[in-house]
Design a protein. Structure first.
Length: 194
């Protein structure tokens, strides 16, 4: 009986050491990182992209719903809508980047993952829970998307799309003749971590 208890304890300890989280950092070279917003207002469709992006995430690849955590930070001063005057107005008059230079999404958990084990490689449909700190206002979000892991090169890819209401982050809505934004912005991220 003692021998059986000892073997069971060793098995539990060895399996718990295997199921540790893997830490990933956003790739800064060799990857095309995408953080963008799309505004589909009645008179104009505006797409803005940012390229000042950093981030880290920690995941248990064998069980994605177990202990996921991380942050992605976007430098809003790098936001580009394709027109320099519109960029300036967006940064200075609406996002107030002098006071709120970054948007930060903090992953608090992965609520569901199908499949939950991608340690051997593959793609999982996931529901991520987290908090977006934008314009000095923090809001909780649940975001559907996917995580994919390439075992051959150790790359993790995160792809998510979700709506953000300007009013939820107390962002004044631009309504100039040359810049009309929808109340709802569609946020898209496509990020590669290594």
């Amino acid at each position: 009986m003692i021998r059986f208890a000892l073997i069971a304890t060793l098995l539990v300890l060895s399996s718990s050491s295997i199921a540790e989280n893997t830490d990933f950092s956003l790739q800064t070279t060799g990857a095309k990182q995408v953080v963008q917003f799309v505004s589909d207002a009645p008179l104009e469709r505006i797409v803005g992209r940012a390229d000042g992006i950093s981030g880290k995430i920690s995941l248990n690849l064998s069980n994605l719903t177990d202990g996921a955590a991380g942050t992605v930070t976007v430098d809003l001063k790098t936001l580009d809508t394709g027109l320099s005057l519109r960029n300036q107005h967006m940064r200075e008059n609406h996002l107030h980047t002098a006071e709120h230079p970054d948007a930060v999404f903090t992953v608090t958990s992965i609520a569901s993952a199908d499949p939950s084990d991608i340690s051997g490689g593959g793609v999982a449909a996931t529901l991520v829970r987290g908090q977006l700190d934008l314009h000095g206002v923090k809001q909780e979000y649940e975001i559907l998307g996917s995580l994919s892991f390439d075992k051959t090169d150790g790359t993790l890819r995160a792809q998510y799309i979700w709506p953000v209401q300007l009013k939820d982050h107390q962002i004044p809505r631009p309504a100039f003749l040359f810049m009309k934004l929808s109340d709802t912005q569609e946020i898209t991220i496509d990020l590669q971590f290594h």
